[in-house]
Design a protein around this ligand. Structure first.
Ligand code: CO
Length: 135
């Protein structure tokens, strides 16, 4: 059911410092910071030949990553995102398997303008999983 690894998201305390590490120490191509106010994060996209890394920093009052950063002050891996072809079919399959879809269980528009859902980390080896529907 899952296809490509779309991205790995890493929450960081200092976006400029993290972007610098990826650019200078790791020699990667990084974007300028992109504010995504609807998602409560500012993101730096790190382009890899086979996937992406998204460096996330809280933006605004009710950022979904603010608690994570409070609990992990030096940052850490937040979620992995796998691509699916049909998100509604994926949700139905997962619910039949007993997995919990977070929120109201319905897809919402993710950071790339595509439908996404998140799966409960306790159901998947302690890892928050995002599924993104790609055309
Ligand atoms: Co993501």
């Amino acid at each position: 059911m899952i296809g490509r690894l779309n991205h790995v998201a890493i929450v960081v305390p200092d976006l400029a410092a993290a972007a610098g590490l990826y650019e200078e120490s790791l020699g990667a191509t990084v974007s300028d910071p992109v504010p995504l106010p609807d998602h409560g994060v500012t993101t730096v996209f790190v382009e890899l030949s086979n996937s992406k890394i998204e460096l996330l920093h809280p933006l605004g009052e009710n950022s979904p990553v603010a608690n994570f950063l409070a609990n992990n002050p030096s940052g850490g891996m937040h979620h992995v995102c796998y691509e699916v072809q049909d998100i509604h079919a994926a949700i139905e399959h997962l619910e039949n398997q007993g997995a919990r879809v977070l929120g109201d269980g319905k897809p919402r528009t993710g950071a790339h303008g595509l439908p996404v859902v998140f799966l409960h980390p306790k159901d998947f080896c302690g890892t928050l999983i995002e599924l993104e529907e790609v055309a």
